[in-house]
Ligand binder design. Structure first.
Ligand SMILES: *Cc1c(COP(=O)(O)O)cnc(C)c1O
Length: 423
């Protein structure tokens, strides 16, 4: 099946007389006939549902759909994109370990990696993702356990060079983890370019309607944990909390997601509610269709802004002449996403006047849903970063992040036109 068809038909596959649409299993728990049956589930000797913190049929169908859309072998849903990125790293890093992340990643992830995980004894080095391979190689240490980046960075909308980062990670015996939130599998499938694990804030385009905060993790099954057993003891040595099960031996290609589910989700509990998974599934049904429209609208807006004399600069990788155009053509030839960044000529007050004058596009924290919206990262999402960190993340003080929605393009441009006139 192609991606559009997978979005509609993977996951829930009803048999005769069953509901056509995915049912919401709004139940915390599941019934068994004998005590032994339930015991086998707790020992991971048998598979089956017992408690929604670990697994739920609605969630599993949606995870399976995303897994198919990304071309992975296993997936799990989480309560947010933050939880997905935390679990993705924490599943293979413990106190004393180190990992490498692009400095251009989403502000929330930057805080998680640089501040909160540091308190847990896990050190992250943020790197300029545009550096040449031999420069980046210098950041690896004996205790480095992963490399992390975003397909399309939020909010600077630059494109990661997958092949460069995959080569770097693999030549150092560690997995390459990619947050594919902005591209979605409709526009890019990182596993096809060497990524090992993909994460998502499904809160964005996958849901697509701004109704639920949630996330997911997908494993390609390609990283050979046993080949680097000494680096990943959590996967390659017995887990005492499950009577000595060794995940990589018992679950093979499913080891990473199984461990994240039965150990991290069991203990930390950042589950997605089945109700949210249901909404997410509705979003996935039309994901490809919506991404096409987001991309064509955003390209038209980028062209319009680029030729406007009140606009200082525009970043949109699908726009010819953009610094990241070639990478976008290579990795995301069908389109990048609906988000673009630009600066209005003048000072901060000019930018504020422009933003406050918009009538259709609204000022919201959210991004990547059906309605056009925007924000000013330096004043909003990245408020906690110092001036220095902002520059390191590539965010100029005048950067406005515009998320182009699914409205008629003439209406979107008319709104920008009148607001720019007032700025
Ligand atoms: C929003 C976002 C996150 C965080 O996701 P939440 O669902 O808000 O927790 C992580 N990564 C990227 C790229 C994002 O855009």
């Amino acid at each position: 099946m192609n991606i559009e068809t997978k979005g509609l038909h993977e996951g829930w596959k009803p048999s005769r007389g069953e509901p056509r649409q995915l049912p919401i299993y709004q139940s915390t728990t599941f019934k068994y006939d004998t005590s032994d049956e339930m015991g086998a589930l707790f020992d991971l000797e048998a598979s089956g549902y017992f408690y929604t913190r670990l697994q739920n049929p609605t969630n599993d169908c949606v995870a399976a759909k995303i897994c198919e859309m990304e071309g992975g072998v296993a997936a799990m849903l989480t309560s947010s994109g933050q939880a997905a990125n935390f679990y993705a790293i924490f599943n293979i890093c413990e106190s004393g370990d180190h990992f490498i992340a692009s400095s251009a990643i989403y502000g929330g992830t930057y805080n998680l990696f640089g501040v909160t995980m540091k308190k847990m004894g896990i050190e992250c080095t943020f790197v300029d993702q545009t550096l040449p391979e031999e420069e980046l190689a210098k950041y690896f240490k004996p205790n480095t356990k992963a490399v992390f980046g975003e397909t399309i960075t939020n909010p600077t909308v630059t494109i990661i060079d997958f092949e460069k980062f995959a080569r770097l990670a693999h030549s150092h015996g560690v997995p390459f983890i990619v947050d594919n939130t902005f591209a979605t599998p409709a526009n890019c499938r990182p596993f096809e370019w060497g990524a090992d694990i993909v994460t998502h804030s499904t809160t964005k385009y996958m849901d697509g309607h701004a109704v639920g905060v949630d996330g997911c993790i997908v494993d390609s099954g390609n990283f050979d944990w046993m080949a680097h057993a000494e680096k990943f003891p959590g996967l390659t040595t017995p887990d005492d909390s499950y009577h000595g099960i060794t995940y990589a031996k018992k679950f093979g290609k499913g080891a990473y997601i199984t461990k994240a589910t039965v150990q991290l989700m069991r203990d930390l509990g950042s589950i997605q509610s089945p109700q949210n998974a249901f909404y997410l599934n509705l979003g996935l049904e039309t994901l490809s269709l919506r991404m096409e429209k987001h991309c064509s609208n955003a390209l038209a807006v980028a062209k319009y802004l680029n030729s406007h004399d009140k606009v200082a600069w525009v970043h949109y990788a699908s726009l010819e002449g953009d610094e990241y155009y070639d990478l976008a053509q290579k990795y995301l030839p069908n389109g990048t996403c609906g988000v673009l960044a630009f600066g209005v000529k003048g000072d901060r007050a000019t930018a504020n006047r422009f933003m406050d004058s918009l009538k259709l596009a609204s000022i919201v924290t959210h991004v990547a849903d059906s309605k056009s919206c925007l924000l000013h990262p330096a004043s909003h999402t990245h408020r906690q970063l110092t001036e220095e960190q902002l520059i390191e993340a590539g965010i100029s003080p005048d950067l406005i992040r515009l998320s182009v929605g699914l409205e008629n393009i003439d209406d979107i441009i008319a709104d920008l036109e009148q607001a720019l006139a007032q700025a």
